[in-house]
Design a protein around this ligand. Structure first.
Ligand SMILES: [Zn+2]
Length: 161
């Protein structure tokens, strides 16, 4: 590999994305005398080598995980929160107005619950804050995809795409 670690000049470097996705077996032994375990849920890195200390492990774990998508998680939050709130209000209204369960009631209540959620999501997506988060996520993801990790000294660096 032509790429070298900027700190120790080792060519024992790998794309962070690859290292993150590769999982335990492929990575075992690549850190001198240690192993890295990346679980399906994300951040399980455990190195037991002489070169990587506890603090570096945490840094490594943070580095290997892809950047969080706050833009998408806020939309999911609005959606889940809206559905839960709408459902609670619907139950309360059913008892309060003594409504009988029916298909048309289901249809109209779904529409009444869904409409404000859709409006809230659209308003959020159009907001400057959301667009900024989206742009930041795109930049962070691009950087993450072009990041490399040195297995000799643990340095992470952004390579040329
Ligand atoms: Zn290095």
């Amino acid at each position: 590999m032509a790429l070298q670690c900027p700190k120790c000049q080792s060519d024992n470097v790998q794309k962070v994305e690859m290292a993150y996705m590769a999982g335990t077996s492929n990575l075992a032994g690549k850190v001198s005398g240690g192993s890295i375990g990346v679980g399906t849920l994300g951040v399980g890195v455990g190195a037991h080598s002489g070169t990587l200390s506890g603090t570096q492990q945490t840094e490594l774990a943070k580095t290997l995980a892809p950047p969080p998508n706050q833009f998408a998680s806020t939309i999911a939050g609005i959606f889940v929160g809206g559905v839960v709130l709408g459902f609670v209000l619907f139950i309360v209204a059913m008892f309060f107005f003594d409504l009988k369960p029916s298909l048309s009631l289901l249809f109209w209540s779904t529409l009444i619950i869904t409409t404000p959620i859709v409006i809230a999501v659209v308003m959020y997506v159009k907001s400057d804050g959301a667009q900024k988060l989206k742009a930041e996520f795109t930049t962070a993801t691009y950087k993450w995809k072009n990041s490399y990790i040195c297995f000799k000294c643990g340095t992470k660096f952004v390579g040329q795409p």
